[in-house]
Write a protein that binds this ligand. Sequence first.
Ligand code: IMP
Length: 196
Amino acid sequence: MTTSPTTLVFATQNAHKAREIAQILGPQYRILTLPDIGCTEEIEETAPTLEANALLKARYVKEHYGYDCFSEDTGLEVDALGGAPGVHTARYAGEAKDPEANIALLLNNLAGHDNRRARFRTVIACIFGQREALIEGVCYGRIAPEKRGTGGFGYDPVFIPDGYEQTFAELGEAVKNQISHRAMATEKFRLWLQNA
Ligand code: IMP
């Protein structure tokens, strides 16, 4: 017997993130994004931590649109830069949120550093009924000396996950979705949903 998919609202405008999470969750779930529920305004991410930004987005959607939902916020934390860009990952090189400029600045700031250790950290905030939860996923790795690969998005061309020699952009979606920060957080979220 086949059961119809459960619909979840994901508080994002980012089609890349929605696609990754939909693939990780599998066909039991149908993901609606903000444009799908008529929310086209930008929700300002003004909080000082990934956790608070994720909660802010989920609470905004619950309050203004009435949906149970989840959101996520991701940061790249680089050891030699004291954890930067962290919560400023999207706007590292300025308000334009330009991935090319962000990567160029990151490589420039790491020039001359031997320690290129870094991690991606994703925080998922979910609100279902009266329940709110924060769920974390981390992927450890290092920053490549230069951009490599064409897949993925954001900083994928310069992030080499532990256990691999290629960047996320070279490894492609299927591998990334098994080992990434977002995959780790989404798997925990899936288990949380089963008990929600
Ligand atoms: P936000 O979570 O939408 O605020 O994204 C923060 C920044 O991290 C943006 O510059 C994204 O492009 C980048 N980012 C988020 N997730 C990933 C990823 O999986 N790979 C590479 N970059 C990412």
